[in-house]
Design a protein around this ligand. Structure first.
Ligand code: SF4
Length: 285
């Protein structure tokens, strides 16, 4: 059961304004005012909880013609970056957790990911194609600093000459610059840094726990000058919010060394639509 319909109130540094009930939940609760002004009560600080998940397999495959990769690995479920528009939010409903605040504060990590990857790459029938690291949730979210799962996966990939692609907003990727640079020399690594907006204030509302636009451009610069092919990913483009920035973002990325670019239009699947509406509206009033 997830806590639904709790009063919409912003938690500092969080994206969602509620723990909306997941679509598979068997029960939901309803907030009823007892007459006391809830606005006067202090909001408890929401602590992030890391939950160990023993994965049974680690490479996910897909045959979708809409998706530019066939293999992916997600070291984490949930993402503390807490972007309000995140299309991965609805996946938390499969864990009987909310795609709202739970998604950004109850993070599952897979400590056996590297072992499982090595087993998969050793299989005689393994067909090599690039693995998208963190296709669903960011592989360089804050928990990675402590857990180092993304790092351990890169080490296995390098050992087996396995090509990798990464999309991230996380500055922590700079920790892995040496290994990524070595892999890039063998044409095994391509990175995309997501830049949603160049406006700090809008970034803070949309993506509360991510690096700012200037920091992300510096990441592109550092990766590019180290010889790692790096793209600027203008995503998501949100009509009337940041789509007017598209050309500026692409130019800013090009100016710091990005050699490729892409954009993705906003999608608001399942619970993300009401979360986006309530979370964003609350930050703008
Ligand atoms: S960084 Fe990516 S995965 Fe994490 S919340 Fe934002 S959009 Fe979702």
């Amino acid at each position: 059961m997830t806590d639904s319909n709790n009063p919409l109130r912003l938690h500092k540094g969080r994206g969602a304004a509620s723990n909306i009930t997941g679509r598979f939940a068997s029960h939901s609760s309803t907030y009823e005012s007892d007459g006391w002004q809830v606005d006067l009560e202090p909001i408890e600080r929401l602590i992030t909880t890391a939950i160990e998940e023993k994965a049974k397999s680690i490479i996910a495959t897909n045959q979708s013609p809409d998706i530019p990769f066939t293999q992916s690995i997600n070291p984490y479920r949930g993402c503390e970056h807490g972007c309000i528009y995140c299309y991965a939010r609805p996946a938390h409903a499969y864990m009987d957790l909310s795609p709202g605040l739970d998604f950004e504060s109850k993070i599952f990590f897979k400590p056996n990911a590297a072992d499982l990857l090595e087993q998969a790459l050793r299989k005689p029938g393994y067909q090599c194609s690039p693995i998208a690291l963190g296709a669903n949730t960011d592989p360089y979210q804050p928990l990675e600093k402590d857990k180092k799962i993304t790092r351990s996966l890169l080490e296995v990939m390098q050992k087996f000459n396995q090509p990798v692609t990464i999309v991230t907003k996380g500055q922590l990727i700079l920790r892995d610059l040496p290994i990524l640079a070595e892999m890039a020399q063998d044409n095994l690594a391509q990175i995309a840094i997501s830049v949603t907006t160049l406006n700090n204030e809008l970034k803070r509302k949309l993506e509360p726990r991510t690096a700012g636009p200037a920091a992300r451009l510096r990441i592109i610069e550092q990766l590019s000058t180290t010889g790692i092919p790096t793209a600027v990913m203008a995503a998501p483009m949100i009509p009337a919010l940041n789509d007017n920035e598209l050309e500026k973002i692409l130019k800013a990325g090009h100016d710091v060394g990005a050699t490729r670019a892409a954009y993705i239009l906003l999608r608001l699947p399942h619970e993300v639509a009401p979360l986006f509406e309530s979370g964003f509206l609350l930050t703008t009033h």
